[in-house]
Write a protein that binds this ligand. Structure first.
Ligand code: MN
Ligand code: MN
Length: 319
């Protein structure tokens, strides 16, 4: 049961357009605050896009999503879940990135998540580009490799870019497998599509036993069946959820660096999360929202809605 301190500010007490924006209007708690020991789920911003290979801008994601998340109320309309009543959730602020030093930023991220992990706080990360997931997994997967359910247009399993650069938003899960942070036989990638340079990533996935559901299969067989199979693959193992907003069709989520057409709509984007039944979620991220390409603000609002669904399923699966 959640402590009353950790309730979001109600729009009936302070209108939702007023006040300083935090994720879901939750309290902002820093690591040196004594209240940190009561936090169950920490929402963390990673305002960093130095792993981006084409259209940058995801560094502006956390701030925009904080603002858009003021639209979210306390109760899930479909499931009735009230996540903030079953777990103490808080905005833990942003990682301080060094936009000019990729390696230094990665070690800062890992250090922060090491602290979170030892405090038994489950992280709900808001990116940032998809390279952000890698230094997080270095903290969360260091004792035992994790399973992962990954929603994306892209596998992010490539070896290198630009003739040998190993750390980009197209390589995080290749690196995580090499460092034994993820168990490849318990990785499920859903929504993969679009034109590619070659099939190096898919060949690698096949060689290590990663299960890929291309978008064609998701559309043909339907969310319920695919998600049931995905949940069976990870079983009761400790599982990380990684959600790249470019999983969603660019009609609904144009504000991202590497859009691919033919994706799920915004309803399907939240429905896949509701189907993560009984998955033992140890952490999640929502990445690649790029506000400079998000002219309507709808991408950030969809991202906030997906994060809310993730919080609902994380708190439900725990109890
Ligand atoms: Mn990605
Ligand atoms: Mn992607």
């Amino acid at each position: 049961m959640s402590n009353s301190y950790f309730q979001p500010v109600s729009g009936l007490d302070l209108p939702r357009f007023a006040g300083i924006p935090t994720f879901m209007r939750l309290p902002h708690i820093q690591l040196n605050d004594p209240k940190i020991k009561d936090v169950d789920i920490g929402l963390i911003g990673v305002p960093w896009d130095s792993g981006t290979t084409n259209r940058s801008g995801a560094r502006h994601g956390p701030r925009q999503i904080r603002d858009a998340s003021s639209m979210i109320r306390a109760q899930n309309g479909a499931t009735g879940v009230r996540p903030f009543e079953s777990a103490n959730c808080a905005d833990l602020g942003d990682i301080a990135p060094n936009p000019a030093d990729l390696m230094q930023t990665m070690s800062r991220i890992t250090q922060f998540y090491n602290d979170i992990h030892s405090a038994l706080i489950k992280p709900m990360t808001v990116g940032g580009d998809h390279l952000s997931s890698f230094p997080i997994l270095r903290a969360l997967g260091k004792q035992k490799p994790l399973s992962m359910i990954h929603f994306d247009s892209h596998t992010d399993l490539f070896d290198a870019y630009f003739g040998g650069t190993k750390y980009t938003h197209g390589t995080p899960f290749r690196r995580a497998i090499e460092e034994n942070l993820l168990d490849p036989t318990k990785i499920v990638q859903i929504g993969i599509r679009g034109s590619t340079y070659d099939s190096e990533d898919r060949d690698f996935a096949d060689s290590v036993g990663i299960k890929i559901y291309p978008i064609e299969e998701l559309h043909a067989r339907g969310i319920e069946q695919i998600m049931r199979e995905a949940c069976e693959i990870v079983g009761s193992s400790s599982t990380y959820i990684s959600y790249d907003i470019d999983f969603v069709d660019p009609t609904f989520a144009p504000g991202t660096g590497t859009p691919e057409v033919g994706g799920p709509n915004s309803y399907e984007a939240i429905q896949v999360i509701r189907e993560l039944k009984n998955v033992n979620i140890v952490g999640a991220d929502l990445v690649e929202v790029s506000p400079p390409y998000d002219h309507s603000g709808n991408t950030a609002f969809l991202a906030a809605s997906i994060i809310f669904e993730l919080l609902c399923i994380m708190t439900t699966n725990e109890t």
